[in-house]
Design a protein around this ligand. Structure first.
Ligand code: IMP
Length: 193
């Protein structure tokens, strides 16, 4: 079975990715499986740049073909931010609940509820050479945080044509529609072909 390194320490992302890859003849190794705890600085200005920084780093460290994702939420009422700064934005609040409240307040104040999640996946197979796969899911910010599945901003994001937040969907159902699964499916099609 061929090995592929998914450069991430995010347990939830690893669960989502391993589930998507389940039916393919590829062994997915995470940073934890390879005892790699250090991460490069995500100094890029775009999801694509940050994903490449991480996948190049993982490939350089192990010599195993490596992919990494960089993801985040872009919110209309925040001028489509925080984007690449999604993790830092959340960590700047004293709690996740305070962050959600602040976002929900801004969507109500501006009457702008649109939002989207984006994932860029970079695959590095040779020094300095990479391929990018993007995925996006459109939706809106909910009136209140709901649900206990998923992670990050899932409890306040309602996908288009749904009436539940991503955190109210099981991992399986989230994987049917998510930004990450769209990008991963493109990666898998590339690997198969
Ligand atoms: P990164 O790709 O690990 O840098 O992710 C940045 C941040 O975006 C995460 O820490 C989460 O807060 C948020 N994020 C990324 N993907 C998702 C998702 O699928 N659901 C909810 N939040 C996400």
């Amino acid at each position: 079975m061929r090995k592929l390194f998914f450069f991430s320490n995010n347990k939830n992302k690893i669960i989502e990715i391993k589930k998507i890859f389940n039916k393919f003849n590829l062994e997915i190794l995470s940073s934890n499986d390879l005892n790699i705890s250090e991460e490069p600085e995500e100094s890029g200005q775009t999801f694509e740049e940050n994903a490449k920084i991480k996948s190049d780093y993982g490939f350089y460290k192990t010599g195993i073909p490596c992919f990494a994702d960089d993801s985040g939420i872009c919110i209309e009422s925040l001028d489509w931010k925080p984007g690449v700064l999604s993790k830092r934005f959340l960590n700047n609040f004293k709690s996740i609940e305070a962050c959600f409240e602040s976002i929900i307040r801004s969507t109500k104040k501006n009457s702008k509820r649109n939002a989207y999640f984006k994932t860029s996946i970079s695959l590095s197979v040779k020094d300095g050479q990479n391929v990018i796969f993007n995925g996006q899911i459109d939706g809106k910010i909910s009136g209140q945080a709901k649900g206990r599945f998923g992670f990050g901003y899932d409890p306040i994001f309602i996908p288009k044509n749904y009436n539940k937040t991503l955190a109210e969907l099981s991992t399986k159902d989230k994987n049917e529609i998510s930004h990450r699964s769209i990008a991963v499916t493109k990666l898998i099609n590339f690997l198969i072909n």
